[in-house]
Design a binder for this molecule. Sequence first.
Ligand code: FAD
Length: 300
Amino acid sequence: MTFGLSGIPAFDYYRPANLADALILRQAQPQALVYLGGSDVFPRLRSRQLSSSALIDLKSIADFPATEVLADGTLRINPQESFIQLLPWLANFPGGAVLSAAIQQTGTPALRNHATLAGNICNASPSADSLAPLMVLQTQVILQSLLGSRQLPVQEFILGPGKTACRPDELLTQINIPVQPEGSVGTYLKLGRNKAADLAICGAAVMSFPAAGTANGLRHRIAVSGANPVPLLLENISEYLASQPAGLPAYEHAARLAADAVHPIDDLRSSKQYRTAMVYELVLRGLIACHEQLEDYTQG
Ligand SMILES: Cc1cc2nc3c(=O)[nH]c(=O)nc-3n(C[C@H](O)[C@H](O)[C@H](O)COP(=O)(O)OP(=O)(O)OC[C@H]3O[C@@H](n4cnc5c(N)ncnc54)[C@H](O)[C@@H]3O)c2cc1C
């Protein structure tokens, strides 16, 4: 069916009812744009940053795997779930707080009602709010084509600004968050130009949990967004923190290492220097917040 929407050139519209039909369409029309919530796709079609003569609407596909906690504790997410629909799942998932904090700071309530986590991942914006939390949660994405399926850690899926490892014949069909260590706490701190609905100037996701075999009985995972072409998982800082006594001197040094590791750009939302200074600040605050939550956990 050919369709017209105000401000967008006419396009052929497809609404497959099942995954098999969607994958056949994807193979036959590799130039077609797929979408879920459409909150990235439609504004970019209107502003002519994107163009396509065919759109594939994935919202009516009935057989994406359902969102559920699997027998091994993995939280499997259906890509059609809106941000709002995910919050109850995350509230009951240990460590899920790091992602729910990011979701609650993404756009407006209206946007969170229809935009999806899957779309946020596939859009691959350097300042996407979900990507740093998904990295510290060691999330895997499942991609499917007519040839079969493959699984990738989210940090390998994101290749650059707007670029992912998803081939034109593939669809993202599942997001898998593995079970997290007992006692995991986490937070996502976002700096935008305002508190309303701004993209992040930068953001930091921090997770901490009790762990044997480290100098302080803890492990931390840290990732930052908005300060590099792709959000960055800072594994070397986790190793540094595991070798130090827990406390402010180690957290300040870790935050300095984070600021040294990023290569931000100057743009109209922030200078490079300000972004670097804010990475230091957000990582430090995130580590302190997790430390305080763990104290509550161990004392409570
Ligand atoms: C006013 C406004 C405020 C915003 N604020 C924020 C913010 O604070 N933080 C933030 O991170 N983002 C923000 N965004 C960006 C956007 O809302 C998010 O990236 C959102 O998560 C995209 O989800 P969606 O379902 O709408 O994606 P869509 O627009 O449907 O798709 C996004 C991309 O993913 C691709 N895609 C979708 N599904 C699949 C699939 N199954 N397989 C392969 N590719 C797929 C599409 O082709 C497209 O390239 C904002 C956008 C607007 C308009």
